[in-house]
Write a protein that binds this ligand. Structure first.
Ligand code: GCW
Length: 672
């Protein structure tokens, strides 16, 4: 086995007080005995008790709850139709000498078991435990951008552990992946890239279905539904049809047959994720049809099997002319989808990226969330750090995702934060949730940077409970992954919590984004996308920079928000400063709230960003004796790469704006 177990590392705790209660596991109920998911739950408990506490727990099954003797000692897993529980929820309660985990379904018991393990591995005591947990989001889904040749689009942790040389891979890692995912409440996963190229189109055919069924069985044992990204042009590419027009009878029939075959082989299949009419991928536009026509056609074919169709809203003109100041990529998701509100079938979900551009270090929240009112929505975030340091630089993303989830859209009088909307609370929907583009690969530590696993872990925890705080999640993760030593926990948490603001400081300023090297997106290149076709400009000149997205004089993007947000963004005095350059063209001598001019702010934050990385490295060095050597060394290596990247960013950005503006740094620091 050439990989570690991340937060399921299970470090031994020698002085744990509640050992006695954990020596015995009892499973009650006939249905529970016959469930693979419950078997897995029991095995997880046993494995964890053995590794963390050195206990070899025994397990017995009782057909009937009544046979259960209350005097018995131990952990009791029990299916019970408690209406206060969500179908995946659970409760854990200590009664006398028993620790009861109750749920309505086997999945609930699995999540309850992992909850218990999480507590034990953090050294929590069980005495008096009494809690009920229901997931806040029904769909908690991973998106993998894995290709059939084993490469991963925007992958920074090695190759795929799902595919290699056009084959589906199943090995020990498959199960450990499912364990990791289930342990944080993930209940669905899309295993292949949304850009469905070449062999991947065949995943929905007999060439691969048997093997996929095998993988899906492993996932289902951990409560995870397998989804596939599908190619909208599949009827042409593999069906031999002349078109893939969603209203064409033969196309409809072809999909129906294809989907029936998928469900014959994989009865628990989740559904499809579709990227259509986006960055050159095929879609309904070719035939003069709408996204609703395209999505509904597939949704209808999936419906008899309770399948879900997830349709991405990442649709924009990627052939823009940089001379054109009116066309605005930021507007496009809203412009493309708002008029289709209410036109999608009930098993269609629109998947919307958190921001209107593309996973930049700082973006406003997509206005589409506050616009759609009759459509199921999934929020898409990116754990893969495409624009946030590519898992060489540290960037703990949970604080960013928290800000997004807490954002009030003002779509409704009360209760319309992003968290409310994507949980289904706002419009009383049940097919909603949160997706992340994952940051995993077949590297030893799964995520390239050991500390990047905090983003994967945190995504699952946050998708389950959007109320958790970023620091709470960080503490849980550090404690389980590395050590319970308070110095380790508090230092690593401090490093994590500062990492996003730090990354933001040394990269592109005040929400403008981009300024990265084209194509691979690591490292600074201020004009890298400035004269390109991608709609990603900073518009810097000798007087200032920023994109005017106001209604009054710009692209009108600010007007896509509900009031009072639209007015707030429209006016540069009320626009949140961290997004100032996203919404406005600002002169270098404009005074910010801090009293500094814009240009001085740019210089200062870039110097500070590098200093903060140096500080992080010092803090990390202080943990040398307290961490495993390999972990210490791997992370140290990443930090040294980050430091040189940060310096490169600092010097390029500062030099660029010094040359444009001619304004000297007030502190006379070195600018080249
Ligand atoms: O951010 C861009 C990435 C592409 C990606 C695309 C998308 C999978 O650079 O690599 O394609 O977004 O989200 O579809």
């Amino acid at each position: 086995m050439n990989y570690n177990k991340c937060w399921l590392n299970y470090n031994l705790i020698e002085d744990y007080s509640d050992k006695e209660i954990l020596s015995n596991i009892t499973v009650c109920g006939k249905d529970a005995k016959e469930s693979l998911i419950v078997d897995n739950a029991v095995n997880e408990l046993k494995d964890a008790f053995r590794k963390i506490l050195n206990i070899n727990a025994s397990c017995s099954y009782l057909k009937n709850e009544k046979e259960y003797d209350e005097a018995n000692l131990g952990v009791i897993l029990k299916l019970r139709d408690n209406q206060e529980l969500h179908s995946e929820g659970y409760l854990i309660k200590q009664i006398d000498k028993g620790l009861h985990i109750e749920a309505r379904t086997d999945k609930g018991l699995l999540y309850g078991s992992f909850d218990l393990i999480r507590r034990i591995s953090q050294g929590e005591t069980l005495d008096g435990l009494n809690l009920m947990e229901n997931p806040k989001n029904n769909i908690r889904i991973f998106n993998h951008w894995d290709n059939m040749d084993g490469s991963i689009e925007r992958g920074y942790s090695g190759n795929s552990f799902f595919f290699e040389n056009d084959q589906v891979l199943i090995n020990e890692r498959t199960r450990d992946y499912a364990r990791l995912a289930a342990s944080i409440g993930i209940n669905a996963t899309v295993i292949n890239n949304v850009n469905v190229l070449e062999a991947a189109t065949d995943l929905i055919t007999d060439r691969y279905l048997n093997k996929l069924a095998e993988m899906s069985d492993i996932f289902e044992g951990y409560g995870i539904k397998m989804y596939l990204s599908a190619n909208f042009a599949a009827p042409i590419e593999i069906g031999g049809l002349p078109v893939s027009d969603p209203l064409d009878k033969d196309v409809i029939l072809w999909w129906e047959k294809c989907i029936k075959n998928v469900y014959d082989k994989i009865p628990g299949f989740g559904g499809f994720l579709i990227k259509a009419d986006s960055e050159g991928r095929p879609g309904p536009f070719t035939y003069g049809r709408t996204h609703a026509d395209g999505a509904n056609m597939l949704a209808k074919a999936l419906k008899p099997y309770e399948g879900i169709l997830i349709w991405r809203c990442f649709v924009y003109n990627c052939l823009q002319d940089w001379r054109d100041y009116k066309t605005d990529r930021a507007r496009s998701a809203y412009d493309n989808f708002i008029d289709l509100d209410g036109k999608f079938d009930d098993n269609v979900i629109l998947q919307i990226k958190n921001g209107p551009m593309d996973f930049q270090v700082r973006e406003p929240v997509s206005p589409l969330f506050g616009g759609l009112k009759k459509t199921n929505m999934i929020l898409e975030v990116q754990a893969a750090q495409e624009y946030t340091g590519q898992q060489k630089d540290l960037c703990y993303l949970i604080p960013m995702w928290k800000e997004i989830l807490d954002f009030e859209t003002h779509a409704k009088k009360d209760g319309s934060t992003i968290a409310d909307i994507v949980s289904g609370r706002t419009y009383d929907q049940d097919k909603c949730g949160i997706a992340t583009v994952t940051n995993t690969g077949n590297d030893y530590n799964w995520t390239g940077h050991d500390l990047a696993a905090a983003n994967l872990y945190g995504f699952g925890r946050l998708a389950w409970d959007t109320g958790l705080s970023a620091i709470q999640i960080a503490r849980e993760w550090v404690t389980q992954t590395f050590s319970r030593d308070e110095k380790v926990v508090s230092t690593v948490c401090e490093i994590l919590m500062k990492s996003w603001p730090t990354y933001e400081k040394y990269t592109s300023p005040l929400g403008i984004g981009w300024m990265v090297n084209p194509n691979h997106h690591y490292g600074p290149n201020i004009d890298g996308y400035e004269y390109d076709r991608w709609g990603t400009y900073h518009r810097a000149d000798r007087n200032g920079l920023g994109v005017d997205r106001t209604v009054k004089s710009g692209t009108g993007y600010a007007g896509q928000y509900n009031e009072p947000l639209a007015s707030m963004y429209e006016d540069k005095e009320t626009c949140p400063e961290e997004l100032l350059l996203f919404f406005h063209y600002i002169k270098y001598d404009y005074k910010l709230k801090s009293g500094k001019t814009l240009i001085q702010h740019i210089y200062d934050t870039h110097f500070e960003g590098v200093e903060e990385v140096e500080d992080m490295i010092e803090k990390w060095k202080g943990l040398k004796e307290l961490l495993a050597e390999d972990v210490y060394e791997r992370v140290s290596m990443r930090f040294s790469m980050q430091l040189s990247n940060a310096k490169e960013w600092r010097d390029r950005v500062n030099t660029y704006f010094y040359r444009k503006s001619g304004v000297e740094d007030e502190h006379g620091r070195k600018i080249y």
